[in-house]
Design a protein around this ligand. Sequence first.
Ligand code: GTP
Ligand code: MG
Length: 469
Amino acid sequence: MRVKENLLGTAYNRLSATRSSQRIAIVGSQASGKTVFLTSLISHLKHHDPKAMNLGQGVEILKCEEVGGSLSLAKFPYEYNRSTLVHDNTWPAKTTDASVIKLELKLKKGRKRPEQVILEFMDFPGERAVDFQMFTRSYEEWSDMVLDSIQADCCYAELAREFNALSENITDEKEVTYAYKKFLGNALTQRYSRIITPSVFLIDCEGTRPDADGTPDIWCRERFCGLSAAEEFVPLSKPSRLNNKKLAAKFADRYRKYKRKVVTPLVKWLSDADQMFILLDTPQILAGGSSMYNDEQAIAEQVIELCDYKKGFWHDLFQVGFLGWLLCKPSRIRQVGIVATKSDMVATNDDIDNMESLIRQMTYKKLRGISADKFDFFTCSTVVSTEPVGGRPPRLRGRLVYNAQGEKISESSSEIVEFTPSRMPEFWPNDDEWDNYSFPDVYPQVSARRDTPPRQEGLERIVKFILGL
Ligand SMILES: Nc1nc2c(ncn2[C@@H]2O[C@H](COP(=O)(O)OP(=O)(O)OP(=O)(O)O)[C@@H](O)[C@H]2O)c(=O)[nH]1
Ligand SMILES: [Mg+2]
């Protein structure tokens, strides 16, 4: 059992676990590909076939079994996700709650005796990622950060005009809360969901989401910016906080409760990890435009900052005492992988190389400043669902989810067709170049045989990184 959420937990875990027990955080915003990545990864670990995932000469996973569980978190629904892919030929449903899975591997490396490796993973709704900034911040700091992000982006500044005007002269708590929620609702209609914090406005603790046919006004009435209708809070600027001290204190109190219940359990698990992978969906970011880029970069940077949340020797010493530190040097995030997912949505190897270059440009500066021992960049598709067919411009073959009019094609009536995705640029576009990207969604292609993992591209490099091969 791994107990991490208290001071002695780290010591206990290190003493009780084998030395090769690894907690691996997979982080990314909504639809970045976390659930598909984890489902395919588990399938490849459980049914390792060196021809389908080559981990190097003589390296083989002889056995992989699920072990243990978590007292506080649900079990990751691996079988359910896999059967959705296989039997329904559709992608797993959007994640609504955090879940974990722990695997025990018997790893053979050449002629050496097989070693035991324990890997633990978590999946969570990507909407929560924007709340991670709360973890190390007070209500005041969070407010300033959110308001700065709104001001820094011209689309958001425009959508938040009413809220900004009102917050300069607050007369009523309800009015300012409604105005902020209206901004969030407007952002949602434009598909700018990565600015939506507190994230329960988008997905509440029961996993329910705003009705897709709703309007910002309906969502303002039905959705809450806090744990309940009576516990809402919104960001206030410094002058507003000074002019409305009582309201600011009330919001700060509700913010702390929200952080304790929704944010801290999740981020503690992640910051206690040994390795972290940040998933970035470059096709979606290119199609989404510069606001989405800004949000994704901000989320990635906040997640990267978690590597420095534990400040090395003195923090460790405080956690477990000197003897504890000598015996079991507590865990911290030692290596970070930045992963460009869905590489099968582009048509050539040059495009895939450009994907890697884009995620590098987006995160490199931040990564250079952190205390992790190692970081690297990866591209992958964990359920390859297209075939390149060449041509000029290069084309792909696959079963499309939407037709040219943007209407959904049902899975059963979607035929294999050829289509032309956009080319992946070498550099992030300039302001006037964002509108032209299109990377059509396809239905998954997975073998119905239980012991045949999905076709993958690039997963072996990631697994080698995880296992230190
Ligand atoms: N073509 C292709 N599409 C993928 C791949 N992985 C994910 N997708 C697409 O991306 C969508 C989102 O993937 P998920 O794994 O559900 O994303 P997530 O990060 O778990 O999203 P949340 O649960 O909302 O946090 C899927 O429904 C697919 O449409 C892939 O390897 N290839
Ligand atoms: Mg998911």
